[in-house]
Structures are given as C-alpha cells and as structure tokens.
Write a protein that binds this ligand. Structure first.
Ligand code: SAM
Ligand code: SF4
Length: 335
C-alpha cells in the first residue's frame, strides 16, 4: 500500500497516526486531568458514533495506518463497540494496520473479549497506583479492584497491555519500583509520564510535577536499563529492564523535545482536529461532517489542516502564574 502524499506536513512528516477522542465524559476524575465538579459538553456538540466513524474512515483513506480511541473514557460511551467493530473492519485490506485504545480499565473486564474479537491487539491502561487508598486519592472516584480485574481480563483475552503511569510527586513516586516489578512479572510494558499543564483541574498541579530525568537516575540505582532504539514515531523513549526483561518507557514532554518525528494528530469528540498536543492550531471537522452527505469537504479540511501542522510544542509549567499553559483538558484531546 502506498501512503497518500497529501498527509505529509510542511516539515516532511507523514501523518499516519490518529488519536480519536470518542467522549469527553469519564467515570473517574484524576487530579491531574479533570476538575472534581467537571461540566461535560452538551450531547449535541459531541459527534455521533456514525460521525466519529466517518472521520476515522476519512483519515484511513488519506493514509492513516494507526488509530487510537481515547477520551474521556472511551468505554463509558454508549454503544462504543459499534464504532470499534466498524473501524475493526478497516484493518488489513481496508488499509488500517492497527486499532487500539487507551482506557482507565474500570470497564475493561467485560469489554476485553469483544475488543479482541473486533481486531484490537493492544490496549493502554492508565494506572497510577497499586495501593487502593492512593488509587482513590488520585482518581477521586475510583476503586482499584475492577481495574486490576480489567487488566487481567485483557491479558487473558490475548491483548498486550501497556500500563501508563503518571509520575506524581509525593503521591506514587514510592511505587515506581513496585510497578517495574509487577509489570515485568505480568508481561506488561510500563510507561512513565510527566504531568502536562493541560486544562483547569481545580488545584495546583505544579505541586505534582515530577521531572522524569531525576526519576530515571533514581531507578538506575536499582535496575539496569538498556536503551531500546525503537521510538515508533511516538514520544516515549524505551529501555529494557535487564532484571525483569520488561520494557520501560518515559514520556517527558517538559524536559525532552520529541516533536521532530511526530507522526500524529488528534481529533476531539466534538470533531476539532488538533495538529499538535501542545499548540492551539485547530481545524473544525464537524461543520464539513454535518454539512452534507459527501465526505469531500471533510477530506479537504483534513488535508488543509495537515498543511498547517506546527513544528512543535511549547509546554512550560508557568510556576509564577500557576495557570495551565493550554486551557483545554487532556480529556478533550485524549492525551
Ligand atoms: N480515560 C482514559 C485513560 O485514563 O487512560 C483515556 C483518556 S486519558 C486523558 C489519556 C492519558 O492521559 C492517561 O494515561 C492519563 O493519565 C493522561 N493524562 C491526563 N491528563 C494528563 C496530564 N495533565 N499530564 C499528563 N498525562 C495526563
Ligand atoms: Fe478520566 Fe482518563 Fe482523565 Fe483519569 S485520565 S479523569 S480516567 S479521562
């Protein structure tokens, strides 16, 4: 299959990866992601499952090879499996090489077999603590056992699991060794993520910011990390942990610049295409979606947007004003 040359940005980067947010809603309220009293979008603003599918299919026609469904929490969207199954049908001959999702895991136990049947082979599960009290404190609403059951069910269904852990100062830094050992034993990849200044969360996130370069130096006092070359166009840098055989990744948007190899764009659940997680440049796809039956306008809008993809982001935690550098929440763009 040849890639459609129209999805090459001004810096020569081919856009092959779409992250699609299917809802802004969530059953948790993680402290770094949402306000406790979060107001969600009116339903009319959110794309229908049909519209989400049309967006995804347009990207596939334009050469996107990988789609990640995210949110909010994708598995709280009613009938989300109809979307997953429709996109699953694009795998292989349809031109899509991988369909995956990022989830908080609360409902994964019941969904795992159907996800696998729809063609999903890997899931990212966000998990910040293996201690029930800390898990509750970070998610404000969550209980740990259903998430652990969900992770076990995913593994049992034959899905590869990557655990995403947001490293939070004074909250879960003491659990990092436990995560490395647990993920190694279970065969899950582990990715540590720095908190990013996105959206008003109703508190002071700079208190939670933990620079991962220091975390890595500390980890290396006890574990042997052998860098793995593969960066798959993503922001994570990977190492192999000799003692466990497991893979450990680091996502450090604040201390590292990963923009040069960026191959991805994001679409929110309202149909706004963001060309860069850290910039405001955006293109509305909802108007062309709702404007008529033909997808020509939709494809044209996507192509035009890619021609304006910015070179890189400019995240700074503004310690003086203590305001988020970007006003939109991660649950809008899906991380
Ligand atoms: N609800 C799903 C979940 O939690 O996996 C998918 C959406 S969530 C917004 C996607 C990822 O973004 C999660 O791994 C979450 O930990 C991460 N995230 C959210 N807000 C963040 C922030 N301010 N800084 C860094 N990561 C963040
Ligand atoms: Fe929900 Fe995921 Fe945000 Fe946590 S990180 S509040 S689970 S969307």
């Amino acid at each position: 299959l040849t890639r459609d040359p129209r999805l090459v940005d001004p810096f020569g980067r081919s856009i092959t990866y779409l992250r699609l947010s299917v809802t802004d809603r969530c059953d948790l309220r993680c402290v770094y992601c949402m306000r406790e009293d979060m107001t969600f979008l009116p339903k009319a603003e959110v794309l229908s499952l049909e519209e989400l599918a049309r967006v995804a299919e347009a990207f596939v026609r334009l050469g996107v090879k990988k789609i990640r469904l995210t949110g909010g929490e994708p598995l709280v969207r009613k009938d989300v499996m109809t979307l997953v199954e429709r996109l699953g049908a694009q795998l292989g001959a349809g031109g899509l090489a991988e369909l995956t999702l990022t989830t908080n895991g609360t409902r994964l136990a019941s969904f795992a077999p159907r996800l696998r049947a729809a063609g999903i082979r890997r899931v990212n599960v966000s998990l910040d603590s293996l201690a029930p009290d800390t898990f509750r404190r970070v998610t404000r609403l969550g209980a740990l056992p259903p998430v652990l059951d969900g992770i076990a069910a995913a593994k049992a269904a034959g899905l590869a699991v990557k655990i995403n852990m947001v490293a939070l100062k004074g909250v879960n830094e003491c659990e990092i060794d436990r995560f490395i050992a647990w993920c190694g034993a279970e065969g899950h990849d582990l990715v540590l993520i720095e908190t990013m200044p996105l959206g008003d969360v109703g508190g002071d996130r700079t208190d939670l910011y933990l620079p991962l370069d220091a975390v890595r130096r500390d980890i290396e006092k006890r574990w042997t990390l052998v860098p793995v070359a593969d960066r798959t166009g993503g922001p994570a840098r990977y190492a192999r942990v000799t003692e466990t055989g497991g893979r450990l990744g680091f996502i450090t948007p604040l201390t590292d610049n990963f923009c040069d190899g960026c191959n991805r764009v994001r679409v929110t659940c309202t149909g706004t295409l963001f060309m860069c997680l850290g910039q405001e440049e955006a293109m509305d796809l909802r108007a062309p979606l709702r404007g008529g039956d033909s997808d020509d306008g939709l494809e044209g809008a996507i192509i035009e947007a890619i021609s304006r993809k910015p070179r890189g982001h400019d995240f700074v935690i503004d310690r003086w004003h203590r305001r988020p550098a970007l006003s939109r929440h991660m649950s809008m763009t899906g991380g």
